[in-house]
Design a protein around this ligand. Structure first.
Ligand code: NAD
Length: 373
């Protein structure tokens, strides 16, 4: 079986679906791994390293696609990639169908079996395949670093000949996978950290990292361990109680998300106006529109004396480790279906069935079908 790894084509994408170490493990299981020339270059994996791992370097995308039995990608295939594959080939990628409607339609029409990694059910057995978690952890880490970098203050307390300098205060809104990693990283840098989430289950997780939990009167547990959207009344209540905390914060990191919806707007212009001079907002929800009303996705703007950073695709900014983690998730997903030299997915398996997006000329995943058709 030929597993093919292209150079990612999305603008600014530096990650690659397989690192050399994982390519080697797949070769050892009997797969043939084909890697497009320079596919790993932006993540600092050389062609030579892939060759050493047992992979074959293929000069062009077209040649790679023609030979692929399965295409392994970080981001959704482009329409061109979907067209370049042989009919009935397999694709494994983070597809995000709502943002890639045309490519999904093309995969359907070409009889491609596509597994969307973001659809893998978040059950214990599938944790090692969870790309949302691995990449969110990368983003959370980097958000804390970005906040420290943009701040005009120190994260740690410094005791110097010029006196003792107070540590920065960091508030993290949204204590999911990304938020918890941001909290842990800001703590390691020595900041005084507060964490807030609408799910009360996060209190213990926030506190276990040495941060203080901000308890507000609004809680909103939704389905499957996620948050639900707040009602207008709850939003007003939340804003009221949160404003005082935000006013005392040096670095605000926002990561709040509700599955399937645009990012909730939590930080209003009035709250930004109330912040300290030199305060920083790192809005990790910028990909989904942002948690701050003033965030401009993909840009860094200043509003009064406050810097608002809205980075896009943050995992791509730590490309080496993010790729390694993504590749391990892929390996854990592929290994059970790799038998001898073939890929034989067990479509009855909950993890495989749950992540199946297209097969046999149809969009199998109902919510995505509604979006595309
Ligand atoms: P996410 O990216 O969807 O959301 C980030 C956080 O924002 C969540 O914690 C959410 O509660 C919070 N949020 C939403 N609206 C908010 C608001 N208005 N104000 C403040 N906070 C708000 O979430 P995620 O990081 O992908 O994970 C969410 C849950 O899924 C967590 O409980 C996590 O532990 C769980 N999870 C389970 C598994 C597994 O069992 N395999 C894997 C990963 C995550």
């Amino acid at each position: 079986i030929k597993l093919a790894v292209p150079r990612e084509s999305a603008a600014g994408e530096r990650r690659v679906a397989l690192d050399p170490a994982t390519a080697k493990r797949l070769c050892e299981l009997g797969a043939e791994v084909l890697v497009q020339r320079a596919a790993g270059a932006r993540a600092h994996f050389t062609d030579a390293a892939y060759r050493e791992a047992g992979a074959r370097i293929v000069p062009s995308a077209a040649a790679l696609l023609r030979q692929a039995d399965a295409l392994l990608k970080v981001q959704a295939p482009s329409v061109k990639e979907a067209e370049g594959l042989r009919e009935g080939a397999l694709v494994v990628a983070t597809v995000m169908a709502q943002r890639n409607v045309e490519a999904v339609a093309r995969m359907r029409d070409r009889g491609i079996t596509c597994f969307a990694m973001e659809l893998i059910p978040r059950i214990s057995r599938a944790q090692s395949m969870d790309v949302l978690s691995s990449q969110a952890a990368v983003a959370g880490y980097k958000a804390a670093i970005m906040g420290a970098d943009l701040s005009c203050r120190f994260f740690p307390m410094l005791t110097t000949a010029a006196g003792t300098i107070r540590p920065a205060s960091v508030l993290v809104i949204g204590a999911g996978v990304a938020g918890l990693q941001a909290i842990a990283t800001a703590r390691r840098l020595g900041a005084v950290v507060l964490g807030y989430d609408v799910r009360s289950a996060t209190r213990e997780q926030v506190e276990s990292l040495g941060a203080r939990f901000v308890q507000l009167s609004v809680t909103a547990e939704g389905e499957g361990g996620y948050a639900r959207e707040l009602t207008d009344e709850e939003k007003a209540q939340q804003a009221d109680e949160l404003a005082a905390h935000i006013a005392r914060t040096d670095v605000l990191i926002t990561t709040a998300a509700v599955p399937g919806l645009p990012a909730p707007k939590i930080v209003s212009p009035a709250m930004v106006e109330g912040m300290k001079p030199g305060a920083v907002i790192v809005d990790l929800a910028a990909d989904g529109g942002g948690n701050c009303a003033l965030t401009e996705p993909g840009r860094t703007v200043t509003y009064g004396a406050v810097t608002i950073h809205g980075p896009l695709n943050v995992p791509s900014q730590v490309p080496l480790r993010a790729s390694e983690m993504y590749a391990r998730n892929l390996f854990n997903f592929l290994q059970p279906m790799l038998t001898g030299d073939a890929l034989r997915p067990d479509f009855e398996d909950a993890v495989i069935a749950g992540s199946l997006l297209t097969r046999d000329g149809a969009i199998v995943h109902e919510p995505s079908r509604a979006l595309v058709e």
